[in-house]
Design a protein around this ligand. Sequence first.
Ligand code: SAM
Length: 345
Amino acid sequence: SPGKISLIPSRLPPLPTVRDLVRIYRVRARRSLSQNFLLNKNTNEKIVNSAGIRNGDHVLEIGPGPGSITRQILERGPQQLFVLEKDRRFLPMLEMLASAAYPDQMKIIVGDVMDYTFDNLFPGHLKKEWHEESPDIRIIGNLPFNVSTPLIIKWLRMMSNHSGFYEMGRIPLTLTFQREVAERMVAQVMDYQRSRLSIMCQHLCHVKIRFTIKGKSFVPTPKVDAAVVKFIPLIEPKINLPFNVVEKFVRHLFIYRNKQIHKCLRTLFPKDMHDLNEELFIKSGIERDLRPTMLSIDEIGSLCHVYHEFCTENRGLFEFNYQTRKKLAISQFSDQQQQQQQQQQ
Ligand code: SAM
């Protein structure tokens, strides 16, 4: 409990400050890895608080960098802390922290979070059934902004399939994002920021912005502010269909944000099947003239179920890619034009 934690002033022996370490090791932030460090202890404490890390938890931190959030996690006394870092220049600083922690408490993994499979990372006895409360595992990270969106989509897919670390149960995630991206994640019906990301996050998780961080709190200062977002997987997804189906449907739904949904959803069907697009609205009872941002998740779910039915009844419909068709049509058109020009010459 937080009370228990406050009785222990520091679990770590005295260490040089992270700011000093960055200077001593002459580590310059690399733009290619979106390295903006959070060296403020209070902010890091707030992130760790938001993650709800308790004494005895098993924790995975993504992108620890020089280790400022890492220190705050260790102060909570986790049973085990894994840190996954891509940039080897931080190894000496992380190794210093690992040796300051209890033996075997902190393990450093060098790797790319986008490729890492996390197979058998956490001990099997921690596993909880999906409908049970979360296992004693927390995942946390001040992620590079350029990695965070593709990463969350990848992890939402794992969440939907209960695969990867989601085999262990409903593990909460606490991650930082560019503020604008975070606002899209939580945007509700009629909010101009409502997007594909809002639906994909909200249909699978309880998603909440815990607090925002001004750009000037980072070293070096990025041009944008950040927000700490907490995701808790829902027991039942709001749209009970395979991830790929929901993802494709929602991508097309928001393809033209300001147009009526029948124009957006027409891109799901080849020309000779456009009558199915009209049937989609009749069968689901949703008005065809609404804009994508006006639909609730339940309404999107109703449309998506009908689309899924159509895909089951019509082989190859799900694989239909309107953009390849469009490209094909353009290239056929330019071939025809070339032929005509050659004939005229
Ligand atoms: N956690 C530190 C902090 O708050 O000060 C560093 C944050 S910095 C925004 C992001 C960190 O993620 C960097 O240490 C960077 O090297 C690391 N990183 C970038 N891309 C990564 C990837 N694909 N896999 C793992 N780590 C990555």
